[in-house]
Design a protein around this ligand. Structure first.
Ligand SMILES: *Cc1c(COP(=O)(O)O)cnc(C)c1O
Length: 391
């Protein structure tokens, strides 16, 4: 199909589909580690890249290729490379585009494992990272060194939903000769398309909204062929590639992506408004609320606020744990992007390993609760939260 002419909901259902000789309507799952050749000559031509085609599923697999083409169409990217998880995507990105002696400027508000990867893994190989404010563009400019090659951010951030101005930071990156990578996990291409805003690379944890039903792990790196050449080379050699089974799950999950993102966003906005009206809630963090400090930027950059709402209860950790423990329906888990609403206490789970001082500096207080709004009726979520809030 000519993908440029279709709307996102159409691409989510149809882009990338290729039929085998059997004419199946639903995408086939190609559970095969390797592929056979017609002759020794064909094998040789495939191996040296003279003839396109599959060789081995660590390199390419038809189910995985369908996933890659669908996500590339949705993000408006020239190429997509699927990975075994979101973290494998971030690893492949840095291994593919950086070398020893290069420098990263990164948002201080990043997913915990990303910070761990930058500080404890790639640092050993001579790549240093400087962390700057997610929201203050001047800090990005000021942190640039002659060896800066990569800018890395995530917007909205977890758990405070801070918004980074992708177009403004992309402009700084461009003037410094660095690439900008955006982790688009929270918005998905349905709500935000970073490449259109000037980003060079988009990262996904497909584990979250792309599957949307909490079943499997996966990830992706997207961008131009030129920027992704090293990323593909690293993955093909090092091996953290996506399995055909997981690609098939994601293909099915993505068919409902537009419907789900619209519903998650509408539910989260309704819940955020309700939370703002609760006497025991001190503050609500949601980009779709006019009270959000970057509401205007968020509404310019995103199609809707997304499914993540955080709020601070009066009374610190004790009060926050009381709200969580009083729920009967919500799932107490750190995962997000699921059809089921999840709830977690950031300070003692996802951000527990950071020092209390660093947590306080980041604004992650002991009373903070993060909700990933699922597809249940909002009134049922409210009633589940009200029990502990009004205690
Ligand atoms: C979950 C997550 C990741 C890591 O993805 P995995 O699939 O768990 O490896 C990266 N970035 C963000 C924003 C995430 O939420």
């Amino acid at each position: 199909m000519n993908e440029e002419n279709y709307q996102p909901e159409t691409l989510a259902v149809r882009a990338g589909t290729v039929r085998s000789q059997f004419g199946e309507h639903s995408e086939a799952m190609f559970l095969t580690s390797s592929f056979v050749f017609e002759s020794a000559a064909q094998a040789a031509a495939r191996f040296i890249g003279e003839q396109p085609g599959n060789i081995y599923s660590r390199f390419t697999n038809p189910s995985v290729t369908m996933f890659e083409e669908r996500l590339a169409a949705l993000e408006g990217a020239e190429q997509c490379i699927a990975t075994a998880s979101g973290m494998a995507a971030i690893l492949a990105c840095v291994m593919g585009v950086l070398k020893a002696g290069d420098h990263i400027v990164a948002s201080v508000s990043l997913f915990g494992s990303t910070v761990n990867l930058f500080n404890n893994v790639i640092r050993k190989f001579g790549v240093e990272t400087t962390y700057v404010s997610a929201t203050d563009v001047a800090e990005w400019q000021a942190a640039v060194r002659p060896d800066t090659r990569l800018f890395f951010l995530e917007t909205p951030s977890n758990p405070l939903t801070e918004i980074s101005d992708i177009a403004a930071i992309a402009f700084v990156a461009k003037t410094c000769g660095a690439l900008l990578a955006v982790d688009n996990c929270f918005c998905t291409p349905i709500l935000q398309r970073p490449i259109e805003l000037g980003a060079d690379i988009v990262i996904h944890s497909a584990t979250k909204y792309l599957d949307g039903q909490g079943r499997v792990l996966g990830g992706a790196v997207l961008g131009s062929k030129k920027h992704l050449e090293g990323v593909y080379g690293f993955l093909r050699t090092a091996g953290p590639t996506m399995s055909a089974f997981n690609a098939w799950i994601f293909l099915k999950g993505m068919e409902t992506l537009k419907l789900r993102m619209d519903a998650h966003s509408a539910g989260a906005l309704e819940l955020a408004k309700w939370l703002e009206a609760q006497p025991n809630v001190a503050r609500v963090f949601y980009p779709g609320l006019p009270s959000h400090p970057q509401h205007e930027l968020a509404m310019r950059q995103q199609k809707a606020g997304g499914g993540i709402v955080s709020f601070e209860v009066a009374g610190g950790k004790e009060a926050a744990w009381r709200v969580i423990d009083a729920t009967r329906m919500l799932s107490i888990t750190a995962n997000l992007g699921d059809t089921r609403t999840t709830i977690c206490h950031s300070a003692s789970t996802t951000h527990a390993r950071i020092s209390p001082e660093a947590r306080a500096a980041a604004g992650i207080t002991d009373g903070l609760i993060r909700i990933s709004v699922g597809l249940e009726a909002v009134v049922d979520i409210e009633n589940d939260l009200a029990r502990g809030l009004n205690d």
